[in-house]
Design a protein around this ligand. Structure first.
Ligand SMILES: [Zn+2]
Length: 186
């Protein structure tokens, strides 16, 4: 399955788009780590322009016991899990017409159809790994077909494009980011 290419015209608007897209995809990656799912951690961010409307990650409903036994039981886990995009939509508590949705993974057909029905303007996600693609290729193809049929814009970035430079993040000498990178390098 071929994936759509990222538009890279080099224009100012493309660079601005890359900056905010890299920032919000970076945030979605951060949020994904809050998921307790032992095999797939997905994060989603909904924005209205550059304003964050909602965040979500995959997991069980609040109060529902996410025990290791349930998380390890694939059938049980799939039935109880609310996807990152669904959680972000639920917690938005507002109309998300015209919003952009950033996701660490390509949305499944169930989420894609809901996002289309919510009339979001754009869906942005990170290109799936070969392993993910091999397991979900048919589902992803269905999502892509729906975007085309419903004329929903979507954009795919590679993980390598989600960088500090592309996100234009300030690395202040005493800032947390610099401290974080220093501690990673130790
Ligand atoms: Zn989904």
């Amino acid at each position: 399955m071929s994936l759509p290419q990222v538009c890279d015209s080099g224009s100012d608007s493309a660079l601005v788009s890359l900056k905010w897209d890299a920032r919000f995809l970076g945030l979605a990656i951060h949020i994904s780590a809050w998921s307790k799912d032992p095999s797939s951690q997905v994060g989603a961010v909904i924005t209205d322009g550059n304003r964050i409307i909602s965040l979500g990650y995959n997991g069980f409903a609040a109060g529902v016991e996410d025990s290791e036994a349930r998380l390890r039981d694939r059938h049980c886990k799939l039935n109880l899990t609310i996807h990152a995009e669904e959680n972000a939509m639920i917690f938005a508590k507002r109309d998300i017409t015209g919003c952009t949705v950033y996701v660490t993974h390509p949305p499944c057909p169930r989420c894609a159809s809901k996002l289309i029905q919510e009339e979001v303007q754009r869906i942005v996600f990170i290109a799936p790994s070969d392993d993910f693609l091999s397991r979900w290729a048919d589902d992803l193809q269905l999502s892509y077909q729906m975007y085309q049929e419903a004329a929903i814009a979507y954009q795919v970035y590679t993980l390598e494009e989600i960088t500090i430079d592309n996100a234009n993040i300030t690395m202040a000498p005493g800032g947390f980011f610099r401290q974080l990178l220093i501690s990673y390098n130790c």
